[in-house]
Design a protein around this ligand. Structure first.
Ligand SMILES: Nc1ncnc2c1ncn2[C@@H]1O[C@H](COP(=O)(O)OP(=O)(O)OP(=O)(O)O)[C@@H](O)[C@H]1O
Ligand SMILES: [Mg+2]
Length: 270
């Protein structure tokens, strides 16, 4: 199987990108995909979301600044099929410089090309907005997943993202909009429900069936610094939503005819 590169991006901040990137990467890895989660956010969103030593590691910043090897910059997690490329240390004063270099030196394409042979899936988590890093991550990807928070402001930002994707496609980008994902949904809140209905009607063709519910367990997981699936020995029920999401994304990712031809049931017992 060739490596698929998936970018998760949104114009609006705080809509659940990093939460979705981490939990989706974990769900893909548990499904057997050799998965690499790349943190492109200079604020180190993935490192902040996970307990452990990620924040002290060098990572994308050292690749961009000093030409460090992408392979050596990856951190193996306790799940054998999941590794993480942290962003590393980016001083607050150097954020603009980091973003400019990522775009100018096409570092994300370098990372993708160096690690594609050893991975089935590379996921880029991006900073909010449509700045240089997000744009570079879209340009380096096969597919784009756009989380949209079920609230009016977040919805109004969607057309800008769609405009960017089609403008980049016109310039030769091969990145396709894989799906729009309703995030922090709740069927009990009338404003959220109205926003969900708006998303369904406006983005009918691209909206994913799966939506990520608003659930306090996500806050507990980020406090503990783990994916929701690892919060306790008994998996919280909401973690299953990411398995459903993976199933839906897999179907959209495998539009390649030859891969579909190879697809056969997997026997439980030989
Ligand atoms: N489905 C959810 N239910 C409840 N809380 C959530 C959910 N998804 C994310 N959160 C919480 O919302 C906050 C923002 O989430 P997250 O950091 O994933 O957003 P983001 O889009 O990556 O933000 P940024 O734009 O700053 O990178 C976090 O505290 C996270 O724990
Ligand atoms: Mg984030």
């Amino acid at each position: 199987m060739s490596c698929y590169t998936l970018t998760i991006a949104s114009l609006k901040g705080g809509v659940g990108k990093t939460t979705i990137a981490l939990n989706t990467a974990f769900a893909f890895a548990r499904r057997g995909y050799r998965t690499l989660l790349v943190d492109t956010d200079p604020q180190g969103a993935i490192g902040l979301s996970l307990a452990g030593s990620l924040r002290d590691r060098s990572g994308l910043a050292a690749i961009v600044r000093a030409g460090q090897s992408p392979l050596e910059s990856c951190v193996q997690t306790k799940v054998s099929t999941l590794s993480i490329l942290p962003v590393g240390a980016v001083h607050a004063l150097d954020i603009d410089d980091f973003c400019e270099r990522v775009q100018r030196t096409r570092s994300l394409e370098t990372v993708r090309d160096a690690l594609a042979a050893t991975h089935d899936l590379i996921i880029f988590d991006t900073p909010a907005g449509l700045g240089g890093v997000t744009r570079a991550a879209i340009e380096a990807a096969n597919g784009l997943l756009v989380p949209v928070q079920c609230e009016p402001l977040s919805l109004r930002a969607m057309p800008h993202m769609l405009e960017l994707v089609s403008a980049l496609q016109q310039r030769g980008s091969r990145c396709e909009l894989l799906g729009v994902l309703a995030s922090m949904s709740s069927f009990r809140d009338p404003v959220v429900l109205a926003s969900l209905e708006e998303v369904w009607s406006l983005y009918d063709r691209v909206i994913l069936e799966t939506s990520i519910p608003r659930d306090p367990v996500f806050l507990k997981a980020s406090q503990a610094g783990v994916p929701v699936g690892l919060l306790s020995k008994r998996m919280p029920p909401v973690a299953a939503v990411f398995d459903r999401l993976v199933g839906e994304l897999e179907a959209r990712m495998s539009t390649n005819e030859s891969e579909q031809g190879d697809d056969e049931p997997i026997r439980l017992v030989d």
